[in-house]
Design a protein around this ligand. Structure first.
Ligand SMILES: Nc1nc2c(ncn2[C@@H]2O[C@H](COP(=O)(O)OP(=O)(O)OP(=O)(O)O)[C@@H](O)[C@H]2O)c(=O)[nH]1
Ligand SMILES: [Mg+2]
Length: 451
C-alpha cells in the first residue's frame, strides 16, 4: 500500500457516501466492506476492524439521524465517531515520577522527542535526567547533550562505552533523586535482532513505567510490524507520532496502536523542542479524513491577516452560498499573507489532498495575473462568472493583455474553489464552528462591505 494509503482510502469512502443518491442498507454494507478492506490493508487487527464495522452498521440502521441532519451526514458522522473511538485509547503520560524509555527505528525522532519530553516535564515542575543509551551512532550523545543544555536538564552518557544496559544502570543510579528519567536508545534502518535484543535488555535493567514507541507519521503500513517487534520486546505503552507538521497524516499510527494496545500520547509538530502537542483523537481523525481543521484555520487567519475586511469577506462568502470572483480574490490574497501557504491550505477541507502540489511563489504570481484580468471584467461578470463565454473571454483577455488561456484558468480555479466552499457551507458542523469562532461579527454589515 502506498504511503498514507489509509487516510486516502478512508477519504474515498467518505467521498462515496457524499456522492451516493441515497443511504440504504446496500450502501451501508458496501461502505462497511470498504472500511474493512482499508483498515485490514493498514494492518489493523481483524477483531478491531470487525468491531468497528459492526458498530457502524448497527448504529446506521438503528439510530435515526438527528433532526435536520441528512442520512448521509449521519452515516459520515458515525464512521468518524467510531474511528475516533478506535484511536482514543486512554490518557496521556501521567504527571508522576517515573522512568520513560524511548524506542524506535533510525531517524524517527527519538532523541529530539526525548528533549521535548524533558522540556514538558521540567515545565510541569519535575526534575528531569536524560540517559544517552544510543551506543550505535557516535554523535548521538552530543546531540542529546545539546538538547539537555537547551532545556537545562542533566544528561548522563559514557562516550566510547558500548554496553548500553550498563550505561542505563549507572545512569539510573546517578539520577536516583530525579523525578523523571528519560532513556534515549539507538535505532537501525530496519528491524534487526540485535537492536530488539538491546532494547529488551535495557528495559530489563531500567524497568521503565512507560515504553514509548516513536514513529514518524510518514511510516505507512510498516508501522504495524515495527510496533509489533518493539512490543514483543519491551511491551509498548505509548506511541508518539513525529513530523506531523509535514504532509503525512499519520494513518500508520492506527496500525501501531492496534498491534500494541497502547495509546498515542503526543504528536511531534516540528523540529524545535517546543513542538510537542498532546494527542487529541478527534482532531487527529478529522485530519486523517481530510475534513480540515476549520477552527485552527480561522485562528490562523485571525492572527495573521492585518486586513479585517479581507478576513470577513472570506468567512462570509464561505458561509453563504454566494461566492463571487471578488471573494475568491480576497480569499487567495488573505491566505497568501498567512505565511506557509501549505500549512494553511492543509487545514481547508478539500484542499488537503493537493497540499504538496502548492507552490507559494507561483500562486502569488498567479494572483497578480488574476487581479489584472479581474480589472478588465465588468461588475456583473465578477459577481456571476458563469455568464463569461468565449466572446467575453476574448474581450477580457485583450483588455488585460493576457492570453484567453489565462482567463480560462482563472474561471477554472473559480469553479473549483466555489465547489469546495459550497461543501463547507453545507456541512453543519463546520458552519457551526465558524459561527462560534466569529462570535461578535455582524454578518449583515459585512455583506454591505462587498464590492
Ligand atoms: N519536522 C519535524 N522534524 C522532526 C520532528 N521530530 C524529529 N524531527 C527531525 O527528524 C530527524 C531525526 O530526529 P532524531 O531525533 O535524531 O531521530 P532518532 O530517532 O533519534 O534517530 P537515531 O538516533 O539516528 O535513530 C532530525 O532532523 C529531527 O530534527 C518533528 O516533529 N517534526
Ligand atoms: Mg537518536
Amino acid at each position: 500500500m502506498a504511503l498514507e494509503g489509509l487516510g486516502k482510502s478512508l477519504r474515498n469512502i467518505l467521498g462515496r457516501i457524499g456522492s451516493a443518491t441515497s443511504v440504504d442498507e446496500g450502501l451501508i454494507n458496501e461502505v462497511c466492506k470498504d472500511l474493512q478492506r482499508a483498515l485490514l490493508e493498514a494492518d489493523v487487527n481483524v477483531r478491531l476492524v470487525l468491531d468497528l464495522t459492526n458498530k457502524v452498521k448497527e448504529r446506521a440502521v438503528s439510530e435515526p439521524p438527528p433532526a435536520g441532519s441528512s442520512m448521509k451526514d449521519h452515516l459520515t458522522k458515525i464512521i468518524y465517531q467510531e474511528l475516533v473511538n478506535l484511536v482514543d485509547n486512554g490518557e496521556g503520560i501521567a504527571l508522576k515520577p517515573q522512568k520513560i524509555m524511548m524506542v524506535g527505528l533510525y531517524g524517527q525522532g527519538k532523541t529530539t522527542t526525548t528533549g521535548k519530553l524533558a522540556l514538558y516535564f521540567s515545565k510541569k515542575g519535575f526534575s528531569v535526567g536524560l540517559i544517552g543509551a544510543d551506543v550505535y551512532r557516535p554523535a548521538a550523545l552530543d546531540q542529546l547533550k545539546q538538547l539537555g543544555e537547551k532545556v537545562g536538564v542533566e544528561v548522563y552518557g559514557e562516550p566510547g562505552e558500548s554496553d548500553a544496559p550498563g550505561i542505563v544502570k549507572r545512569g539510573i543510579e546517578k539520577f536516583k533523586d530525579k523525578k523523571i528519567v528519560i532513556i534515549d536508545t539507538s535505532g537501525r534502518h530496519a528491524l534487526e535482532d540485535d537492536l530488539i535484543e538491546e532494547v529488551r535488555k535495557i528495559a530489563e535493567v531500567a524497568k521503565p513505567e512507560e515504553r514509548v514507541l516513536v514513529l514518524d507519521s510518514q511510516v505507512g503500513q510498516q508501522a504495524g510490524p515495527q510496533a509489533e517487534a518493539f512490543h514483543n520486546a519491551v511491551g509498548v505503552t505509548g506511541v508518539i507520532l513525529t513530523k506531523m507538521d509535514g504532509t503525512a497524516k499519520g494513518g500508520g499510527a492506527i496500525s501501531a496502536i492496534s498491534k500494541t494496545n497502547a495509546r498515542i500520547v503526543f504528536l511531534g509538530t516540528g523540529e524545535h523542542i517546543r513542538d510537542l502537542e498532546a494527542f487529541d483523537a478527534s482532531k487527529f481523525i478529522s485530519r486523517l479524513l481530510g475534513m480540515g481543521d476549520i477552527s485552527s484555520l480561522i485562528q490562523t487567519v485571525n492572527e495573521n491577516v492585518d486586513d479585517p475586511d479581507a478576513m470577513a469577506k472570506i468567512t462570509e462568502s464561505m458561509m453563504s452560498g454566494k461566492f463571487t470572483l471578488n471573494d475568491m480574490y480576497y480569499q487567495m490574497a488573505a491566505v497568501g499573507k498567512m505565511g506557509p501557504l501549505q500549512k494553511v491550505m492543509s487545514m481547508l477541507p478539500g484542499f488537503s489532498a493537493m497540499e504538496d502540489k502548492i507552490d507559494y511563489e507561483a500562486s502569488q504570481k498567479k494572483l497578480q495575473v488574476f487581479r489584472v484580468i479581474m480589472d478588465s471584467m465588468t461588475k456583473e461578470e465578477k459577481e456571476d462568472p458563469s455568464i463569461i463565454k468565449s466572446k467575453r473571454i476574448e474581450r477580457i483577455s485583450a483588455g488585460a493583455g493576457v492570453s484567453p488561456h489565462d482567463v480560462r484558468e482563472l474561471l477554472k480555479q473559480y469553479n473549483q474553489t466555489k465547489k469546495t466552499m459550497a461543501a463547507v457551507g453545507k456541512n453543519r458542523k463546520m458552519r457551526k464552528q465558524m459561527m462560534k469562532q466569529l462570535g461578535g461579527v455582524d454578518l449583515e454589515a459585512l455583506k454591505n462591505l462587498q464590492t
